[in-house]
Ligand binder design. Structure first.
Ligand SMILES: [Zn+2]
Length: 180
């Protein structure tokens, strides 16, 4: 049986669930990690297992893409999962520690690998993602600057304004005046 939470994890490719359970697809006879980027199956065709061994015993083959039997993901794929996680959670508090926990790595390894693959640190990527979203909200909504900061995970208005200025060289108000 599958819970609604599990189904949401499959649909959202949520890496926070990886390693805790697996899902198999009756039509393809393949099983995957929750974060697998393959197209989600119809819910009616999906079945969950607590362990990879159980899925294999039930006659399912491991997915070549997400390698649910434990072969380590290449760095690029792992960092793609991390970036994806950031893209979906930038509005909440995202410490390196939290990120590492959610993506099944250590903070040190995550920081180093992210920088190697993307050329910037996870913290910088989070900041850029937040400010990019703030730009969208500034030019497309009437929300106050403070409200927009809060919506992109920067609840402290002066911190938000300072960071915006650091990245774009202009204040949120000036950016809005020029882009609406
Ligand atoms: Zn897969």
């Amino acid at each position: 049986m599958m819970t609604d939470e599990q189904w949401q994890a499959i649909v959202n490719n949520d890496p926070a669930h990886d390693g805790r359970w697996f899902y198999a697809v009756k039509t393809t006879r393949i099983f995957c990690r929750p974060s697998c980027k393959s197209r989600p199956p119809l819910r009616i065709n999906a079945v969950c297992f607590a362990a990879a061994d159980e899925a294999i015993a039930a006659g399912f083959r491991p997915c070549k893409r997400c390698k649910p039997t434990g072969e380590r993901l290449p760095d690029e794929e792992w960092i793609a999962l991390v970036a994806d996680y950031i893209n979906r959670h930038f509005a909440s508090e995202l410490s390196l520690h939290h990120l590492a926990e959610a993506c099944h790595g250590t903070p040190f390894h995550l920081h180093r690998t992210f920088k190697k693959v993307r050329g910037i640190t996870p913290a910088t990527y989070i900041q850029q993602t937040r400010i990019a979203e703030a730009q969208v909200l500034l030019s497309s909504t009437e929300l106050s600057v403070a409200e927009i900061g809060a919506r992109v995970g920067l609840a402290n208005p002066s911190h938000f304004v300072a960071l915006f200025k650091k990245i774009y060289g202009t204040t949120p108000n000036r950016f809005r005046a020029q882009n609406t």
